[in-house]
Design a protein around this ligand. Structure first.
Ligand SMILES: O=P(O)(O)OC[C@H]1O[C@H](OP(=O)(O)OP(=O)(O)O)[C@H](O)[C@@H]1O
Ligand code: HPA
Ligand SMILES: [Mg+2]
Length: 179
């Protein structure tokens, strides 16, 4: 897999630092609150499992699978719920945990949904933010790092379902996309 990578953007050590920073912000804002942390599958799974280990607070975890990218690098803009939550969000303080906010389409759909379901509060914690590609206006409350306008893979992020298990985040060699 390493051979397919053009450059590493964030090393394993840097990703750990982002998690420590984000956990400190969440601890400060959610002390004594027992938030419901919603991991958006599949991309956010590695991030959320590392983030919560830095938290040292009571939190509830749930998982939702939504998808808009199919196998490629462009959002279809059509967000489908593939797996819904097990928990009711009514009256809860929800933290949406994302690996990346790109066009914003996924988040807009989720914010609307949780509002309809009467969550007490909904905030967004995303490891990566790519504001250069935004098509929908969304507020990302907690950001690990702002990324350049490149398609990134690793640490949960895929290209055609591959590379999620890379321990770092990087950019693929151009020839990988033409295969
Ligand atoms: O801001 P957007 O343009 O909506 O893009 C961000 C979303 O796209 C990716 O998920 P994807 O739909 O590819 O599913 P996956 O997490 O299973 O890869 C990523 O994990 C975010 O959830
Ligand atoms: O840059 C990205 N990489 C992988 N998946 C994604 N989904 C939205 N943006 C990206
Ligand atoms: Mg994806």
């Amino acid at each position: 897999m390493d051979n397919d990578i053009l450059k590493v953007l964030y090393s394993k050590e840097q990703l750990h630092e982002f998690n420590v920073k984000l956990a400190a912000e969440l601890k400060r804002d959610y002390a004594g609150k027992y938030p419901l942390m919603v991991c958006i599958l599949k991309g956010a799974v590695l991030f959320m499992t590392d983030l919560v280990r830095e938290l040292d607070e009571y939190v509830e975890l749930d998982f939702m699978d939504v998808s808009s990218y199919g196998g490629g690098t462009e959002s279809s803009g059509d967000v489908k719920i593939l797996k819904d939550l097990d928990t009711s969000v009514k009256g809860r303080d929800v933290i949406i945990v994302e690996d990346i906010v790109d066009t914003g389409a996924t988040l807009v759909a989720l914010m609307k949904l949780f509002e309809t379901r009467q969550a007490n509060s909904v905030k967004v914690c995303s490891l990566l933010d790519k504001p250069s590609r935004r098509e929908e206006e969304v507020q990302v409350d907690y950001v690990g790092v702002t990324v350049p306008n490149e398609f990134v893979v690793g640490y949960g992020l895929d290209y055609a379902e591959k590379y999620r298990n890379l321990p770092y985040i990087g950019v693929l060699k151009p020839e990988i996309y033409s295969k």
